[in-house]
Design a protein around this ligand. Structure first.
Ligand SMILES: [Zn+2]
Length: 315
């Protein structure tokens, strides 16, 4: 894509980088008030070549951004696949495993010569949808937002007054590893029955497989349930709805957010927005449910836009 809008580059720009497992994407937004995209480009992560190589790829991207903008931002936001442990200063829980245990913030600051702000991709998703996406559009006065990613994994991010809340241990919003139901079985995190093991895409596929012996992609299971030709597919969706209500009501009881945004592949399932909401209503500690539960509007771009907003002032 490269340079798109020459002449609009200035010190109000927000620089963000989404550090993905396969690609590293960079964006320059005009400003927090007017977040139009001035520049956007990407380089491959090539994570199999190791941590030092990933740092080199980031540097390459930032050099490209500098060349386009004619200056280097003093601070850059990064969306990461895991979390920076605030106490130890090293990465953890990254599915790009080469990053785990590495002092990535410090290393990037040294290599790039800039101040680095980091948050995990679910936090960045929540921040982007709040300040640039569906929340800004439909609920501009929302102060507390919970952004959910329900896909291969289940994660979440909390935004309060336009700021991503990372937490004392860097785990704020990580509802995917709350306990939900023993039937979820052992989780990679070392616990058992995690939300992720019950309502993620792979968990739903696994449940369907256990019941039928057929290994089907989630979208086929959803289609079979919708056309009401496959009772087990319907059962799989009923199970999702039931546990979606149980899992999300816990969040609402604690945080009582002004709006919840649901992203990720599982978040595309239509049933969540009618029967799923009824299920949340059933389990929440209230006689009604006022919490809007909405779909995101930014698609795959949320990570990189959210990263850019990490270096913006709160509204
Ligand atoms: Zn877990």
């Amino acid at each position: 894509m490269g340079k798109q809008n020459e002449g609009a580059f200035d010190k109000n720009n927000l620089w963000g980088v989404d550090l993905g497992g396969t690609k590293i994407e960079g964006v320059i937004l005009k400003s927090a008030q007017d977040p139009q995209v001035l520049y956007r480009d990407r380089v491959p992560t090539e994570a199999d070549q190791g941590y030092e190589h990933i740092l080199g790829q980031v540097k390459k991207l930032i050099d490209m951004m500098e060349e386009a903008a004619g200056y280097r931002s003093e601070s850059i936001g990064f969306a990461t696949p895991g979390t920076l442990d605030p106490k130890r200063g090293v990465m953890k829980n990254c599915n790009t495993v080469a990053m785990n245990g590495k002092p990535m913030k410090k290393d990037l600051e040294k290599i790039l010569g800039v101040k680095v702000e980091m948050a995990n991709d679910a936090d960045c998703f929540a921040l982007a949808e709040t300040r640039f996406g569906i929340v800004k559009e439909l609920y501009p006065d929302a102060r507390v937002v919970f952004g959910v990613i329900m896909g291969t994994g289940v994660g979440g991010g909390i935004v309060i007054d336009g700021r991503a809340i990372v937490g004392l241990q860097g785990i704020a919003g990580e509802w995917g590893h709350n306990f939900l139901d023993e039937s979820g079985g052992p989780c990679y995190c070392g616990k058992s029955g995690c939300v992720e093991n019950v309502i993620s895409g792979p968990a739903l596929q696994k449940y369907y497989f256990k019941e039928t012996g057929n290994n089907k992609p989630l979208k086929d299971i959803v289609a079979l349930a919708e056309s009401k030709v496959d009772p087990t597919a319907q059962k799989t969706m009923l199970r999702l709805i039931e546990f979606f209500g149980k899992a999300l009501s816990v969040i609402i009881n604690i945080l009582d957010p002004d709006v919840i945004v649901i992203g990720g592949g599982v978040g595309n399932i239509d049933l969540l927005y009618d029967r799923g909401v009824d299920s949340v209503k059933k389990y929440v500690f209230n006689d009604r449910l006022d919490t809007p539960i909405v779909r995101p509007s930014l698609g795959d771009s949320a990570g990189v836009f959210g990263a850019a907003f990490l270096v913006a002032d709160p509204h």
